[in-house]
Write a protein that binds this ligand. Structure first.
Ligand code: ATP
Ligand code: MG
Ligand code: MG
Ligand code: MG
Length: 561
């Protein structure tokens, strides 16, 4: 591509409203422009990076046995009503009406559409497993769109869905896609960790997030410095301890933000035996965590829940170890889901304030609770249950904390959608049963921004070779000089013939401008054609380390390969 014919509007100044590196640099280097809050145009260079990321994803997904399709972004409300998410998804789902007043959603995700498709077409276990994926624009009316492409309201996602006749088949495909995701992020050059995510709902093996390590990440992950153990600490119980007071509302607030109590104090306040604290609530007590069991009435969206409760069973002992706590949160949050920990804590605090403490009771679960989406919950000061420096739960190494950007998420859905939407197959014995499903997402545009976040220096972006928009930035210092212009044209075509993608800066700009733009754009290799053009000598500069070397034009293609 010749730069004079492309559209790469670079900026010298740092845009005022861009507060993270990737956002600033993608704007400054002319990769993207903002259109509305959380809505972006991908300019030619940005588009090229996306295409490279997408090509890697397609390669890995196809290799994993998934078939590509393309589903509508415009989705009828009826499907979302069938799954129930029309009511539970909350304001993040963009809703609209057509001219006849029929309701629609703009796809935030595609479980409903794909489940209805497969339900109508697949009737026998013989056709399974089936894994389908698409790369498509998603819409989510995020409360806080920010950090440029990292949290948009319109963004590009690769989403995949798998359908199975047995749990073993799901496990197998999950493993394969997990591997494909690891390959994708490795090929994009990213420093990432696959972490156990939201493990409460169905056990730690059943959902993982792929986290790019970065200080601006919105998630905190705990990982072992020597083994593969890594977990998102959002699964952690809560830190807050009640202090008795005559003003419950004020105390509620206090509980949510601070406070420390000993076990004795809590149990005496609750007027229960210390051992029964297990049945009442739990928070952080000094450095120990105890669990919560609460019940009360609660309203979720328009649904009134009676005797709502949730529980996890941690021993209230002096010797709770990180490992035990992890194990319990994995195993016992069960129906409420791990996100429900915050809900639980909220309810627990309320229950305590109102003097209600309850026992376990069956069939009153509200499943798949998602705070913020389903319930308003308060923020707690410290959601950690595992501390830096703790021994890793797998017994290997020490826990380190890091911030992460979630670029991918794999999830064993089970029969959540197939049951509510009647997606059934006949098994070997001719019996009807719901399909078992998995879903798998990669934030394509977020991945591009995450790479920009990890690969930059004070002069601009530094693209990893695999997803750089071009391989080589070819620059003629003075395009009016015949020898330079001719050599530039000759190398432009010969390097392309040798299989490289070339960006030729053929603009009539000062050399300083061209070099600054080249650094900003960040292609891995810069080839400069200057005064020695008549001798056939060019200068090669490696973007990531600044190394320079003079090379004869005839040796160039071989050197660059
Ligand atoms: P987050 O926790 O960041 O809100 P999520 O858990 O809601 O993300 P998923 O529903 O798991 O996201 O979607 C799959 C992938 O889509 C995510 O792993 C992420 O890479 C990407 N993604 C989600 N929301 C956004 C967004 N607002 N902008 C860009 N990418 C997003
Ligand atoms: Mg989200
Ligand atoms: Mg998430
Ligand atoms: Mg997620």
């Amino acid at each position: 591509m010749k730069q004079s014919m492309s559209f790469i509007p670079t900026l010298r100044e740092v845009p005022a409203d861009a507060d993270v590196k990737s956002h600033q640099l993608l704007l400054r280097a002319g990769f993207i422009r903002q259109n509305a809050s959380g809505v972006y145009t991908y300019l030619p260079l940005g588009r090229k990076v996306l295409q490279k990321v997408e090509a890697i994803i397609r390669d890995e997904m196809n290799h994993a046995g998934a078939a590509e399709l393309f589903m509508p972004a415009l989705q009828q409300a009826e499907l979302w009503q069938e799954s129930g998410r029309w009511y539970s998804y909350g304001p993040e789902l963009m809703r609209l009406k057509d001219r006849n007043d029929r309701e629609f959603a703009l796809g935030a995700t595609h479980e409903e559409v794909i489940t209805s498709l497969v339900r109508d077409e697949v009737k026998s276990y013989k056709r399974l497993p089936l894994t389908l994926y698409q790369i498509q624009t998603k819409y989510r009316d995020e409360k806080r769109p920010r950090f440029g492409l990292l949290r948009g309201r319109e963004f590009i996602m690769k989403d995949a869905y798998s359908f199975h006749a047995s749990q073993e088949s799901l496990d197998e495909v999950y493993e394969r896609i997990f591997q494909a995701y690891s390959n994708v992020f490795r090929r994009c050059g990213l420093n990432f960790r696959a972490v156990i995510a939201d493990s409460g709902a169905m056990g730690g093996k059943d959902t993982h997030e792929f986290m790019v390590l970065s200080d601006i990440g919105e998630d905190t992950i705990a990982y072992s410095d020597t083994s593969d153990f890594a977990a998102n600490i959002e699964m952690a119980p809560v830190t807050a301890v009640y202090e008795k007071s005559s003003d419950p509302a004020k105390e509620l607030e206090k509980v949510r933000t601070e406070g420390k109590k000993t076990i004795e104090e809590v149990s005496s306040f609750l007027n229960v035996e210390e051992k029964d604290c297990i049945k009442s609530l739990l928070f952080k007590i000094d450095d120990r965590f105890v669990l919560v069991l609460v019940r009360g009435d609660h309203e979720v969206n328009d649904i009134k829940l009676k005797n709502y409760y949730g529980a996890a069973t941690v021993e209230l002992a002096d010797t709770i170890t990180t490992k035990e706590i992890l194990g319990c949160s994995v195993g016992s949050l069960g129906p409420i889901g791990v996100d429900g920990v915050e809900v639980l804590a909220d309810l627990a605090v309320e229950a305590i304030v109102n003097g209600v403490c309850g026992a376990n009771e069956e069939d009153y679960h509200y499943t798949n609770v998602n705070p913020d989406r389903d319930l308003k919950v308060s923020t707690y000061t410290d959601l950690r249950f595992i501390k830096e420096g703790d021994p890793s739960p797998d017994g290997q190494g020490t826990i380190v904390f890091a911030k992460g950007i979630e670029v991918g998420h794999v999830f064993k859905l089970g029969t959540r959608y197939s049951e509510s939407m009647n997606a059934e197959i006949l098994d070997e014995n001719g019996r009807s049963k719901p399909m078992i499903m998995g879903c798998y997402g990669i934030g394509v545009s977020r991945t591009m921004a995450a790479v920009a976040e990890q690969f930059n220096d004070e002069n601009g972006l530094v693209w990893p070779t695999n997803i750089s928009p071009f391989d080589v930035h070819l620059i003629a210092v003075n395009t009016k000089d015949n020898a330079q212009a001719e050599l530039a044209e000759a190398l432009y075509s010969s390097l392309q013939q040798a299989g490289m993608e070339i960006l030729l800066d053929d603009r009539q700009e000062r050399p300083g401008v061209k070099f600054a733009d080249a650094d900003l754009i960040g292609l891995p290799i810069r080839v400069t054609i200057g005064k020695k053009a008549s001798e056939g000598i060019v200068e090669v500069k490696i973007r990531k380390n600044g190394e320079m070397q003079e090379i004869h034009k005839d040796d160039l293609a071989d050197t660059l390969k």
